[in-house]
Design a protein around this ligand. Structure first.
Ligand code: GLA
Length: 393
């Protein structure tokens, strides 16, 4: 949906819950990641794209210290007091909001506020609905209360809310993509120094998202286990290599191959995935820059195989979709996106085969899994935007 339409919808959503009009509206995108699975928390490289699925926050200040939030998406309202935000440290939607507000309140004393949340980022589909929510709330609060923090700091505060308050030990990719995304471009992001280059996407290539509509229970705990296995890999390589190893980014493919026997399993497989994946991201970004989308696509398939076999974060449903993609002429590349264990596959597809690819998926997937899936095309979009509204009366 276009920004103008979201502005209209945000105002309307506000008016159904609160009297009067909102003073501020923010719009933040979801994201897919073309390549670079589970590399971000290893100081590695990723290639995310902010997509035209958004979270919208519309609201205004209140004269007291109360915060009232209504989520249209979840049909729930929450209310809490600013000075005594009581964080439960779980992954409920209200926790993301409370975490961001608490982090920003530490920057500058805020006041009460009331806002609605609406949008169309599918929840729990691996498209980063949580970072989109965090950035929409964060940017809204920043502009409403005139905080003087730049975009980089805002992305970091939102990331901190997720890691410290919610307790998922994720990397910076999702918050970064929701902040710095650009229309028609992917971001080649170096998660070590948090800098990025934009990479133009070919006009005749479409991004297709396939939501498997499955979410396996172990996702959050398995994610944190992968984070600690990578840390174990860092410790083991630090012992065997003659130079300092502070992240897997410090281990080259040659070093990995030379010392592979010294590393215990399954840590070795996890490290192999991360170390080779970093290389794939670099090559894929250069391939896209050179207009070689086919090479990028092949690397996406290789990435998925590695995430499935070595990193073990895929599931039969994701593997099935990627296999279908691989067998369909005109699908350039496909891989799981997000943390894994369900969620979505991102595919790069030639426009003339989108319909036949979609038809094949709707036929094969329910027949094998008993579940319906959702398929939609996405456009690369800008990062979070905020508008302060002028009232005429
Ligand atoms: C989730 C996390 C990201 C990243 C991906 C895997 O989406 O939020 O930080 O680690 O998984 O690439």
């Amino acid at each position: 949906m276009e920004e103008d339409q979201w502005m209209t919808d945000g105002k309307a959503a506000f008016q159904t819950v609160f009297d009067g009009a909102p003073d501020c509206i923010s719009i933040a995108p979801g994201r897919v990641n073309l390549i670079g699975g589970h590399t971000d928390y290893n100081d590695g490289y990723v290639l995310p794209v902010a997509i035209d699925r958004h979270t919208v926050v519309a609201g205004r200040r209140r004269p007291d210290q109360t915060i009232v939030v209504h989520s249209q998406t979840r049909a729930e309202t929450m209310r809490f007091d600013l000075p005594t935000i009581d964080l439960k440290h779980d992954t409920s939607w209200s926790e993301y909001i409370a975490g961001v507000i608490d982090a920003l309140n530490a920057e500058k004393s805020l006041g009460g506020m009331e806002f609605v949340i609406t949008g169309d980022v599918p929840l729990g589909a691996g498209l980063s609905s949580s970072a989109s929510l965090e950035l929409a709330v964060g940017a809204f609060v920043r502009d409403l209360f005139d905080l003087t923090i730049d975009d980089q700091t805002l992305a970091n505060r939102c990331w901190k809310a997720e890691t410290e308050f919610v307790g998922v030990e994720c990397g910076i990719m999702d918050q970064y993509a929701a902040t710095f995304g650009e229309t028609n471009h992917a971001l080649f992001l170096d998660c070590q120094d948090e800098t990025h280059d934009v990479v133009e996407l070919a006009e005749d290539t479409l991004i297709v998202v396939v939501d498997t509509n499955v979410k396996h229970e172990l996702a959050a705990s398995a994610y944190n286990i992968r984070v600690s296995q990578c840390q174990e890999g860092v410790d083991q390589f630090d012992q065997v290599l003659s130079h300092r190893v502070s992240s897997l980014r410090d281990v080259s493919i040659k070093e990995f191959e030379r010392h592979t026997e010294s590393i215990s399993q399954p840590v070795r497989d996890r490290c192999e995935h991360v170390i080779r994946e970093n290389d794939r991201v670099r090559v894929a970004a250069t391939a896209l820059e050179n207009g070689d989308v086919e090479q990028c696509g092949n690397l996406m398939f290789a990435s998925h195989e590695s995430l499935s076999e070595l990193y073990e974060v895929s599931c039969p449903e994701l593997d099935l979709v990627v296999r279908c993609a691989n067998e369909t002429e005109g699908v350039i590349g496909a891989r799981m996106t997000g943390g894994g264990f369900g969620g979505s596959v991102v595919a790069l597809v030639h426009p003339n085969v989108v319909d036949s690819f979609t038809d094949t998926l709707h036929e094969v997937y329910p027949a094998e899994t008993g579940i319906e899936l959702s398929v939609y095309t996405c456009r690369a979009s800008d990062g979070v935007t905020v508008s302060m509204l002028e009232h005429t009366s």
